[in-house]
Design a protein around this ligand. Structure first.
Ligand SMILES: Cc1ncc(COP(=O)(O)O)c(C=O)c1O
Length: 389
């Protein structure tokens, strides 16, 4: 059976290919350690699980989770309080907040809500691969905006050709950044708002790593900058700060026209998140903020271990300040795929080749710190062994 043409334009999802490679190596009896995927292994906090149990027993939650079609008002109010408390951002929970099935869903529905067939849509390169798929499914044309180490992996907005900016209707970006770990500055966000305003570009500021920032630096919301709500939305999620990737819950906040448009797509696509999960998420916001510094400590310790190992194998590397990813230049001028294959073959360790994140990702690889300490230590030992020999 033929699939729709729009699907044929989408390159294979990087992580699917990686999973296949891992599967083949495991089938051959190898003990493969994957450092390729950003999926925390620490458990979801107990109070969240307990609240899910309580809410799941209430038959009122067994029906469609429709409540003004934007997610439970109680959930949206908890999101608004969280944003006020953590990021000094004020949003109206009735019109400026929308519940999501994770920020990935939000990216996709943002594209369907905003992008017309043939529109140019800007996205950073290297960038999160799902943006390209969402743009293509909506019929848009992705335009890669390079982000380079010499500019702190921030896009040089003024270098975007003016006819491209004029034709673009949306832009996707995320800081703290997957894959590079780079963080944004308030000055950059101001520039972004100005750029979006002057070209009528809707910003999809995907911010699921907002809490993943090291060295005591404060988390930075796009919406904390004046005028941001006029030009875009911020997407966020409980996946990473509360170890809840499997629960599938997140939120979109900001421009009320965009929120209404995304909500309209969702009303006609899904019926929202199981109410019991929304209650559990409220508990995460209200009672589990103290798990975040503990989580940062875990990642900081793992970061130090990987950086020390890289140094031992001759890669001098200073990690960026955000996310649980390390974005590292490949050694000896190897391509990112060559290096990934070498590590899989010699060490049974999987890393994510930078090329999978775009043309400008070539020459880099990404290590995710979301594996248990003992496995990471074992992986680093194997990498040392493989590259010393
Ligand atoms: C940049 C970025 N956006 C969105 C997501 C998806 O997050 P969620 O679990 O909230 O859908 C990820 C997950 O890795 C990500 O890296």
């Amino acid at each position: 059976m033929e699939s729709a043409e729009r699907l044929k334009k989408i390159p294979p999802y990087l992580f699917m290919e990686l999973r296949q490679k891992i599967g083949r190596a495991r089938a051959a009896g190898k003990d493969v350690i994957s450092l390729a995927i950003g999926d925390p292994v620490e458990p979801t906090p107990d109070p969240v699980i307990e609240e899910l149990g309580r809410a799941a027993h209430d038959p009122a939650n067994h029906q469609y989770p429709t409540d003004e079609e934007k997610g439970m008002l109680g959930f949206r109010e908890a999101v608004a309080r969280w944003y006020a408390r953590r990021y000094a951002v004020t949003v109206d929970p009735r019109t400026e907040v929308l519940g999501l099935i994770g920020s990935k869903e939000g990216c996709h529905h943002f594209a369907l809500a905003r992008v017309n067939p043939g529109d140019l849509v800007l996205m950073t390169d290297p960038g999160y691969p799902a943006y390209r798929a969402s743009i293509l499914i909506a019929g848009g044309e992705p335009v890669n905006v390079p982000i380079r180490p010499e500019h702190g992996y921030l896009p040089m907005l003024r270098d975007i050709p003016s006819d491209t900016a004029k034709r673009a209707t949306a832009m996707f970006l995320n800081y703290p950044n997957n894959p590079t770990g780079a963080v944004a500055t308030t000055a950059f966000l101001r520039e972004l708002v100005e750029f979006a305003r002057s070209h009528d570009i809707a910003i999809c500021y995907d911010n699921p790593y907002i809490e993943m920032i090291f060295g005591g630096e404060k988390p930075l919301s796009f919406l904390s900058v004046e005028g941001a709500k006029d030009v875009g939305v911020e997407l966020n999620s409980l996946s990473k700060p509360f170890n809840m990737t499997g629960w599938r819950i997140g939120m979109a906040l900001g421009n009320r026209d965009l929120i209404a448009a995304i909500s309209k797509v969702k009303e006609n696509t899904d019926s929202g998140v199981f109410n019991a999960i929304q209650y559990a998420a409220i508990t995460a916001f209200n009672r589990c903020a103290d798990t975040i510094p503990q989580m940062l400590q875990i990642y900081e310790r793992r970061r130090d271990l990987v950086v020390a190992t890289l140094r031992q194998i001759g890669i001098e590397y200073t990690p960026a300040r955000g996310t649980f990813y390390l974005w590292v230049p490949t050694p000896g001028g190897m391509s990112s795929l060559e290096f990934a294959d070498l590590l899989l073959e010699k060490a049974s360790v999987v890393i994510a080749p930078g090329r999978g994140y775009g043309e400008y990702g070539e020459g880099f690889f990404r290590i995710s710190l979301t594996v248990p300490d003992a496995r990471l230590e074992e992986a680093m030992e194997r990498v040392r062994g493989a590259l010393d020999s």
